[in-house]
Design a protein around this ligand. Sequence first.
Ligand code: NAP
Length: 281
Amino acid sequence: MILDGNVISISKMDYIKKEIDSIKNTHGIEPELKLIQVGNDSASTIYANAKIKRGKKLGINVTLDKYDAIDERGLASIIKKHSENVNIHGIMIESPLPYNIDYNKIIRNVPYYKDTDGLNPYNLGNLDLRNESIAPATARAVIDILEYYGFMDGNVCIINRSAVVGRPLSMMLLNRNYTVTLCHSKTPNIQEISVRSNVIVVAVGKKNFLNEKYITDKSIVVDVGINYENNHIYGDADFDGINKIVKAITPVPGGVGPVTATDIFHNFLNGLKIQLEPEFR
Ligand code: NAP
């Protein structure tokens, strides 16, 4: 079974658009998401333009400010200006940042209700308290896929412990009664853990990492990985080698990616609601 992320993305886009339309009608505002890019990384520009395009479909004005050279203090003061601007409802700092700027430090300057990435410590901490109003989009996308296809509980093996994927996802799965094992590069015998798990989430950034040794015919594989090779995009799973064996698998492209791209705007919407209607807090 192929777990189609595009179907989920389309249905969530529809939901978000309706909510944004209704907010515009009720409050008479033009929602705006501010992207901040430092440097000229070409992949970063592609991702930013994709957000601008998606925002247009949703009726959200996504604007991009680019800076060539700036230090942490300078970036913090730009963020402060946007934070205080009531006409800007979300702020995203595009990666990669140059070596002289620490993302984990700078994100603290973004108020939690404008933190569209969901990576402000306040929003990450809220996940522990079962408040997932604003959550890292990739983690939410994995949850959306499992819920959409009705895989509601069981054992999950996550191969990734980053702040963007593994850590928030483990908490969100725990909140839904999954039993979670978080694996990383120092975990011995991951294959022994993954074959005992109902769901395997892989996000290591290595093409063909997840092969037939990690899976059984009962495995549900969610492939978060993105690897570029010869103008092609690949996940971390050896899709051709395992898709006929496993119970279900997300393809790359067309799996986690489109849901993540939409879930960014799920965060934006929830942050906007907090700003307009504090009862959503
Ligand atoms: P990251 O910070 O580099 O994390 C990679 C994780 O994989 C780390 O926890 C690392 O372990 C683990 N790992 C690496 N090699 C391993 C191995 N041989 N065995 C077991 N674990 C191993 O990267 P990230 O930002 O989380 O992203 C991970 C992947 O997801 C990348 O391919 C990225 O492009 C993709 N991604 C996709 C989306 C999407 O929307 N589809 C969104 C975000 C990221 P250690 O902690 O021990 O180093």
